[in-house]
Design a protein around this ligand. Structure first.
Ligand SMILES: NC(=O)c1ccc[n+]([C@@H]2O[C@H](COP(=O)([O-])OP(=O)(O)OC[C@H]3O[C@@H](n4cnc5c(N)ncnc54)[C@H](OP(=O)(O)O)[C@@H]3O)[C@@H](O)[C@H]2O)c1
Length: 293
């Protein structure tokens, strides 16, 4: 990270509630006299300001408007960082995410706009601003690994290939969309019975993208790019469902990836609760009957 003299600038997207908010809360509490400047990403400035009020209005937390599904908003956010914050970031936490239980093409496109394409575009635009030894954390999900576990070996091999390119990954995503549209998911190898399949595929794609980004930028200024799962947490995303753990614990999982010394992490890897995870593993529960409550 930056030298101890320098104030770190940390952007957390989708931080007005849920896990992103918990991450900012913990950063505020951990921050020493040389305070980090924390940009609380929010697509709605009023909601962001309300969140800052809930934190007691610390002077080092600024509401930062960013709709991660909008290329205009991302371009605007990059300009604000350049004009207002010296054009530098130390840590970027791509936390904003959505889920949908619908199995339609529109729903899949909406989920991917935030969970995959948005992160990809933000990283393209903001990675040049990341300071030496900085970090990019893509908040993914174990649901991505479960989704690939249920998929065909061919799809597993494609998503996990160490030579996968962005173009090939985009082609996989497009194939998924066209299979959703034509009801051919099983035929092309997506066999998950999870009720939020587009979410799972979007997170599988994000984990694969993280590896590609890490490979492409490897060695550049010592910047690490990692993916992380916060675990199944009690946030609005899981409203009404049983068995979720407190969001504060999920925030610790994210912060481990964001703040651990670089020599304790592997560039491009996927973490949960401080441990490296595989890209493909089975879901330990039967979630097939889960429905939106
Ligand atoms: N909760 C879990 O069990 C769990 C498990 C694994 C992974 N995750 C991942 O963790 C991340 C945070 O999830 P969460 O549980 O905190 O969800 P949440 O409670 O639903 O909060 C989502 C946050 O993301 C924001 N957001 C959504 N789309 C956005 C967009 N296009 N632009 C900017 N902000 C956007 C929301 O803003 P608004 O208030 O404006 O809607 C909100 O602040 C997600 O990436 C999720 O996939 C969560």
């Amino acid at each position: 990270m930056a030298s101890t003299q320098q104030q770190r600038i940390i952007l957390v997207t989708g931080a007005n509630r849920g896990l992103g908010f918990e991450v900012v809360k913990k950063l505020v509490n951990q921050s020493t006299s040389n305070k980090d400047l924390i940009l609380l990403g929010t697509r709605d400035l009023k909601r962001g300001q309300d969140a800052i009020n809930q934190l007691g209005s610390p002077s080092n937390v600024h509401a930062f408007q960013l709709d991660t599904s909008s290329s205009d908003s991302i371009a605007q956010a990059a300009n604000v960082i350049k004009q207002k914050y010296g054009g530098k970031l130390d840590i970027l936490i791509n936390n904003a995410g959505i889920v949908s239980m619908e199995q339609t093409l529109d729903a899949a496109r909406e989920v991917f706009a935030t969970n995959y394409y948005g992160v990809k575009l933000i990283n393209q635009q903001l990675s040049p601003l990341i300071r030496e030894n900085g970090r990019i954390v893509n908040v993914a999900s174990e649901v991505g690994a479960w989704t690939l576990y249920d998929a065909s070996v061919d799809l597993q091999n494609k998503y996990t290939s160490s030579s996968l390119t962005e173009e090939q990954l985009d082609a996989l995503v497009k194939d998924f969309f066209s299979a959703v549209e034509t009801n051919r998911l099983e035929e092309i190898g997506y066999r998950s019975k999870l009720p939020f399949q587009a979410y799972g595929v979007s997170k599988a794609a994000l984990i694969a993208l993280t590896r590609i980004e890490a490979r492409s930028w490897s060695g550049a200024k010592g910047v690490l790019v990692v993916a992380v799962c916060p675990g199944y947490c009690d946030t609005d995303m899981n409203k009404g469902r049983q068995g979720a753990r407190p969001a504060a614990i999920g925030a610790d999982s994210i912060l481990h990836a964001a703040l651990s010394p670089a020599n304790e992490l592997e560039n491009g890897a996927f973490y949960q609760d401080g441990k490296k995870q595989a890209q493909v593993f089975p879901c330990p529960m039967d979630l097939s009957k889960m429905s939106q409550q």
